[in-house]
Ligand binder design. Structure first.
Ligand code: FAD
Length: 432
């Protein structure tokens, strides 16, 4: 049975590995090129940054093309990885269970979460390697009754050199990313095609027959018995729209806003991001030096990297974004999102000030990198793990399936959804 898997991130790599071991003949089609971490020393950029000569964040793509950034509105930047490993190669390595909105649709992913945790063995980053100010903010959060927890991470502390630059790729291979699953899939016989962008699915009536791709500038049709779209919360709906299928305008992004303060010599970048977090109804707080804001946000320019301290708010935002046929994305913060941020930011401010961080405390850029919700599962879809309107032979296995924003790390959820989708695919094809 010939299967095409589109994308090689948290969803795609998980699906490809499992389908190939279940006896399918898998071709993985990846739009991006093979991932290479950003290896240039960034100290040269500091004077340029201070004088505002780096320009906007759009210029970063010339140095690091794997990170794709689009403005979905004037004040919101969406970030994703377009490369082998998808957005997991940009991740902070946080591996946390999250299930907002799943109980409502009757989906319990406990067995998949357990299986993945057994394999990835997430552990907190050793306390003794946290920066002193990060520990101080943790103790303040404890004293304030915010119940902070060390973040489980798929980061090997023996390999990690605390460069703080997880989000431009781990040079040491200390942090897990989905290329490990991809490698196992190809070892088992799956084939990976990079620079191969899927444009649409080929349909005959209500049955999928393959995909049309743009492979290194050449258009081709590739046939398959089944196609799994794992191109992420923007890529998957773009392909569906291009194929004449309707999707929901419910994109969410778990929007991040970091409050930046100043502590001389804090050197917060000398630890992995987000080593602890506090969990609230619809957001988390976590120590984080937001490198996008540091480099490209004008109000953050005056403070040097060694003195900058950040505390992030990651919000479960309103599911209101749209992806169009031409790939354009539209999403804005709602009044509700802004109110929730106001509450969270004042809490972040209290933690920072009590820990001795100096003013001015300045907000960073709104950005979101957990892209989901565009092909949401409903209650009646859960037994088949696919929305009923998807044609025969066409599946989705990425964060697009998650109906609600999480305000929490989403790799584990994406991979767990993907495992459940494979279970269903395998069950259905065994019956044929
Ligand atoms: C900077 C950053 C840091 C993050 N940190 C964490 C973290 O620490 N912990 C955590 O749990 N989550 C984190 N996340 C979120 C997490 O990485 C994503 O939610 C998760 O990877 C989503 O998986 P996915 O399969 O839906 O999409 P992705 O992992 O983005 O994979 C999509 C894949 O599809 C490919 N693709 C797209 N369009 C096409 C096309 N037309 N044809 C072929 N291929 C295509 C892409 O190149 C990519 O390989 C982070 C995200 C970002 C951006």
């Amino acid at each position: 049975m010939k299967a095409i898997v589109v994308g090689s991130g948290a969803g795609g790599a998980t699906v490809a590995r499992k389908l190939q071991s279940n006896g399918f003949n898998v071709n993985i089609l990846e739009a991006g090129s093979p991932f290479k971490p950003f290896t240039r020393n960034i100290s040269w950029s500091e004077p340029l940054r201070r004088w505002g000569l780096l320009g906007g964040e759009g210029n970063f793509r010339h140095l690091f093309p794997h990170m794709n950034m689009v403005h979905s509105s004037a004040d919101l930047l969406l970030v994703r990885g377009l490369t082998t490993g998808g957005s997991t190669v940009l991740s902070c390595g946080n591996i946390v269970r999250t299930h907002r909105g799943l109980e409502e649709i009757g989906l319990d992913l406990t067995p998949e979460f357990q299986k993945l945790e057994d394999e990835l063995s997430p552990e907190p980053f050793p306390h003794e390697r946290w920066r002193p100010l990060t520990s101080e903010m943790y103790h303040v959060a404890e004293d304030m009754g915010l119940n902070p927890h060390p973040t489980p991470k798929a980061v090997d502390p023996h390999l990690c050199v605390s460069c703080g630059l997880c989000e431009v790729g781990c040079q040491r291979g200390a942090r897990w990313d989905s290329r490990r699953f991809l490698k196992q899939a190809t070892r088992k016989g799956a084939t990976l095609h990079t620079n191969c962008k899927v444009e649409k699915v080929i349909l005959e009536g209500n049955t999928v027959k393959g995909v049309e791709v743009n492979h290194q500038g050449k258009k081709k049709s590739l046939k398959a018995d089944l196609v799994v779209l794992s191109a992420g919360g923007i890529g998957t709906p773009h392909i569906l729209r291009n194929s004449g299928l309707e999707i929901e305008n419910r994109l969410w992004a778990d929007i991040v806003l970091t409050l930046g303060g100043v502590t001389p010599g804090a050197r917060q970048l000398e630890e992995p991001p987000m080593v602890w977090y506090t969990e609230h109804k619809d957001y988390i707080l976590s120590p984080y030096l937001d490198i996008l804001s540091h480099f490209f946000h004008k109000p953050w320019r005056k403070v040097s990297v060694k003195d900058r301290v950040g505390l992030m708010v990651k919000l479960a935002d309103t599911e209101n974004g749209s992806v169009y046929e031409d790939g354009a994305v539209e999403k804005h913060l709602t009044e509700h999102d802004v109110e929730r941020f106001d509450e969270a930011i004042s809490l972040a401010k209290e933690v920072m000030v009590s820990a001795g961080v100096s003013e001015p405390l300045v907000k960073g850029m709104y950005n979101g990198g957990h892209l989901g919700g565009t092909v949401p599962l409903e209650k009646e879809d859960v037994p088949f793990m696919k929305p009923s309107w998807l044609p025969d032979g066409l599946w989705v296995a990425d964060l697009s399936l998650a109906p609600r924003s999480q305000g929490m790390p989403t790799i584990l959820l994406t991979a767990a959804l993907a495992l459940r989708v494979v279970r269903e695919i395998t069950r259905q094809y065994e019956k044929r």
